[in-house]
Design a protein around this ligand. Structure first.
Ligand SMILES: [Zn+2]
Length: 186
């Protein structure tokens, strides 16, 4: 359920704003380009699945689902509390952050600093995890939980991907649907 910041309007809202003239054609084009570009970048990454024991065939595309007050733009991957969560890619641990919606979260950047991977509602972090550390695909990040606004009886990993802007701010980006890139892994 958690949501992270976005530099561009959400993808569906973008169309509405652009067609009503509330957003300039140039701004709309830049945002649409960022979304497309993010899709291509993600599909080019050699990824691993984030939740131990949950195969690609069990994933559900919850990216376009609505959530109270905002579109979801992430995958919810259901798993028992305490299930290990692993890094989907190599890169760097950009930020460990605790937020009201996301609870215990991890922001990871890909090796080129173009994509951010966001893991939320963790029950706890893996021992020794710290900001700035290099990560390898498959590294243990933490454990599935219900911190933040997840229902206590529905532990899951909220997993999102963002196309970072040139400033590479960990809290800002254009949402990319991780489903196609993860689903093809199995
Ligand atoms: Zn979610």
């Amino acid at each position: 359920m958690a949501v992270a910041g976005s530099a561009c309007p959400r993808r569906r809202r973008l169309l509405i704003l652009a067609s009503s003239g509330a957003l300039s054609a140039t701004a709309a084009r830049v945002c649409a380009q960022a979304a497309q570009d993010g899709d291509a970048l993600l599909l080019a990454r050699p990824l691993a699945l984030p939740v131990e024991g949950v195969p690609a065939s069990a994933l559900r595309d919850t990216f376009l689902e609505g959530r109270p007050g905002h579109p979801h733009e992430a995958l919810d991957i259901m798993a028992p509390r305490g299930t290990p969560v692993h890094a989907v890619d190599d890169g760097r641990l950009a930020r460990l952050f605790s937020s009201v919606p996301g609870g215990l979260t991890v922001y990871q950047f890909d090796p080129a600093g173009q994509l951010a991977y966001y893991y939320a509602h963790l029950d706890r972090y893996a021992d020794g995890l710290h900001e700035g550390m290099p990560l390898r695909r498959g590294d243990l990040l933490g454990y599935v939980g219900t911190t933040g606004n997840a229902r206590p009886d529905a532990p899951h990993l909220h997993f999102a991907v963002f196309r970072l802007g040139p400033e590479k701010q960990w809290w800002k980006g254009t949402a990319v649907n991780p489903y196609p890139a993860l689903r093809r892994l199995g």
